[in-house]
Design a protein around this ligand. Structure first.
Ligand SMILES: Cc1ncc(COP(=O)(O)O)c(C=O)c1O
Length: 339
C-alpha cells in the first residue's frame, strides 16, 4: 500500500495533540454510555476561554454539521444566502439542501469583495457566509472590511467562519496587523455567529468537533436543528485536552508560518502563481489543467487538491506540511517541471 503525503485537506501534519490522544484513550472504556448531550465540560471551558456565557456556545459534530444547522434554521425555498465565488464548498451544499439559493459574488484579488457582497444581498437574503481566512484562496478580510460590511447590511445573519483562526492570528502578529474582532461583534449583540473548529490546528478532523459563538437567543434558535448525541465522548474529551495543549498549538502554527513562506518562495520559483496565505494552505494558479497536474503528483505519492469543483480548473490548493513533507513536494515539483 502506498503511504501518501497528504496535502489535500488542510489537516494538521503533526497529527492530533498528544494530550488529546491520551484523553480520548482514557474514555474509550466508557463508550457503552451515551455522551453528555449538553457537552457541558467543553462548553464551560470554551465559554471561559472566549469570555462569553455558557449559553452563547453551541458544539456540533464539526462545522460542516453546524453550517447545515444554520441553513436549516434560517433558509427555506425562496430565500437566499450570499458568499463569494471560490469559497468553502459546504456553503453551497448546506444552502441547497435547505432548498434555498446561494448567490456567489465574483472574487476581488482572489478574495471576498465585501462591497460586491453587500450589493448582491437583497430582501430575500438571510445569511452571509464569510470564510476568514478563505478556503481555498487563503485570503483575509480585514477588520475594517468586516466593520464596513456590517455597517452596510446589519440585517442578514453574518456567519464569520474562522476555521483557520489560530494560523491567521499567528500570521497577523508576525505581520503587525489586526486579524479579527469577531467576538467583539458577539459581545456588542450584533447579528453574527462566529465559527471555530478542532479539525485544523488541534488535529482532530477525524473526531468531528466544531462550535459556534453567538448571542444566547441565536444559539437557542440554532440548537433546535442539532442532532441529539452528535458529539461523541472521545471527541469531547479530545477537544477539551487539545484546547489546553498550547505546546502542540504553538508547534503547529510556528511550523505553518515558516513553512508556508518557504513553500511560497519555492513554488513561485518553479513558475506558478501563489497567493500569499493566512491559513495552512496555499492557492496556486498553475496556468493549465490542474487536475492533470494533481494526478501526476498523486502518481509520485503526493496528494494535493485540484480546484475544478470550486470553479478554478487551473488552480490547486496545497496544504502546508512538515518540513520533510514540503521537501518532498518541492523536489517533485522541480522534477515534474523539468521533465
Ligand atoms: C472555511 C472552512 N470552514 C469549515 C470547515 C469545516 O470544518 P469541520 O471539519 O469542523 O467540519 C473547513 C474545512 O476544511 C473550512 O475550510
Amino acid at each position: 500500500m502506498t503511504t501518501f503525503i497528504k496535502l489535500d485537506s488542510n489537516e494538521n501534519p503533526f497529527g492530533p495533540s498528544p494530550s488529546a490522544i491520551k484523553a480520548m484513550q482514557g474514555v474509550l472504556s466508557e463508550c457503552s454510555d451515551y455522551p453528555d448531550d449538553d457537552v457541558s465540560a467543553l462548553r464551560l471551558k470554551l465559554a471561559e476561554h472566549h469570555g462569553v456565557q455558557l449559553e452563547q456556545i453551541l458544539v456540533a459534530g464539526g462545522l460542516t454539521e453546524f453550517l447545515g444547522m444554520l441553513a436549516r434554521t434560517f433558509l427555506v425555498p425562496g430565500l437566499n444566502a450570499v458568499t463569494s465565488q471560490r469559497s468553502f464548498i459546504i456553503y453551497r451544499m448546506a444552502t441547497e439542501a435547505a432548498g434555498a439559493h446561494l448567490i456567489e459574488v465574483p472574487t476581488r484579488h482572489n478574495g471576498f469583495d465585501v462591497d460586491g457582497i453587500a450589493a448582491a444581498a437583497n430582501r430575500s437574503t438571510r445569511i452571509i457566509f464569510l470564510a476568514n481566512p478563505n478556503n481555498p484562496t487563503g485570503t483575509l478580510v480585514t477588520v475594517k472590511e468586516v466593520d464596513h460590511l456590517l455597517s452596510l447590511i446589519p440585517e442578514p445573519l453574518l456567519v464569520l467562519d474562522e476555521a483557520y483562526y489560530e494560523f491567521a492570528e499567528h500570521f497577523a502578529n508576525k505581520r503587525g496587523v489586526r486579524y479579527s474582532r469577531s467576538l467583539d461583534y458577539v459581545r456588542e449583540g450584533r447579528n453574527v455567529v462566529v465559527l471555530r473548529t478542532f479539525s485544523k490546528v488541534h488535529g482532530l478532523a477525524g473526531m468531528r468537533v466544531g462550535y459556534g459563538i453567538a448571542s444566547a437567543e441565536l444559539i437557542a434558535r440554532i440548537s433546535r436543528q442539532r442532532s441529539v448525541y452528535c458529539v461523541s465522548a472521545p471527541a469531547q474529551a479530545g477537544a477539551l485536552a487539545a484546547l489546553e495543549d498550547s505546546a502542540h498549538i504553538r508547534k503547529t502554527v510556528e511550523n505553518n508560518t515558516a513553512q508556508s513562506e518557504r513553500l511560497f518562495q519555492a513554488i513561485s520559483e518553479v513558475g506558478y502563481a501563489v497567493t500569499p496565505t493566512w491559513g495552512n494552505f496555499l492557492y496556486c494558479d498553475m496556468g493549465r489543467d490542474a487536475g492533470i497536474f494533481a494526478e501526476r503528483l498523486r502518481l509520485k505519492g503526493i496528494l494535493i487538491r485540484p480546484l475544478d469543483r470550486w470553479g478554478a480548473p487551473e488552480a490547486v490548493r496545497i496544504t502546508v506540511g512538515t518540513p520533510e513533507q514540503n521537501d518532498a513536494l518541492v523536489r517533485t515539483l522541480r522534477k515534474l517541471k523539468s521533465s
